[in-house]
Write a protein that binds this ligand. Structure first.
Ligand SMILES: [Zn+2]
Length: 241
């Protein structure tokens, strides 16, 4: 568990089983966790870390997008879960998924899932009967703001290449934005790259947003300049003038 600012903590990503960064914002009234992790065990590591730091149990857990590594830990967190409409529709769909080798192989064929996730799910879950996908308690569309007491969390959908349903969690008082995977390429698409128009709109939105630190789901916290720098480079590679 690392402290990022006065009111924000996070647990680093662990690429062994593709565990993403988990965030925590602590207000005077309540607290919000960013992403639930990829399993009960992953979520438990975060919750234990909070106890060690003397921080209260999170009241809310906000899901940045539907990809398994960000939401399969929901079953291990006794907090009010929050997701946007599209994310929740995918969660509903995934509650019906079966985890036999055959079902998993079929989903790779149909493009419902990708090999990278398949391999990591197998690593994280030696016993796949333990996979327990949950749906959200609060479902919103577009934008949702939490007043945690002296600190605000704004959940906001932005155009992006990675996954249509992606949101950011913006904490204006701390000038921090949790990006989830929103700045990443579209790995669920055969090209595995950015979509020029969507990337352009994402860059504009992030330029407009007043933040100093951007926390990507699979990276260290970075400066705004760094985040925008690599996104502009990506855009140039796509042939933008
Ligand atoms: Zn993702």
């Amino acid at each position: 568990m690392k402290r990022l600012t006065e009111r924000i903590w996070y647990q680093e990503a662990d690429e062994k089983t593709d565990r993403p960064v988990l965030g925590y914002i602590s207000g005077e009234k309540s607290s919000l966790m960013v992403d639930a992790g990829n399993s009960r065990e992953h979520a438990a590591l975060m919750l234990d870390g909070l106890v060690r730091c003397g921080l209260p149990y999170p009241r809310y857990v906000a899901i940045t997008h539907w990809h398994w590594d960000h939401c399969y830990g929901m079953c291990g967190i006794d907090a009010v879960s929050v997701a946007n409409l599209e994310t929740n529709l995918k969660l509903i769909e995934m509650t019906t998924w079966e985890w036999t080798d055959r079902s998993m192989a079929r989903r790779i064929e149909t493009g419902e899932d990708i090999l990278f996730c398949d391999e990591n799910i197998r690593r994280e879950y030696p016993d796949r009967s333990r996979i327990d996908v949950r749906t959200a308690d609060i479902i919103f569309d577009g934008i949702l703001e939490f007043d945690l007491g002296g600190v605000t969390c704004i959940l906001m959908k932005l155009p992006n290449s990675h996954s249509e349903d992606s949101i950011i969690v913006y904490v204006p008082e701390e000038k921090v934005v949790f990006l989830g995977d929103i700045t990443s390429e579209d790995f669920h698409n055969s090209t595995g790259s950015h979509h020029r128009e969507k990337l352009g709109m994402l860059i504009e939105a992030l330029e407009w947003l007043d933040f100093e630190i951007g926390v990507h789901g699979h990276d260290e916290p970075r400066s705004k300049e760094y985040v925008l720098g690599y996104l502009r480079e990506d855009l140039e590679l796509l042939g933008e003038i």
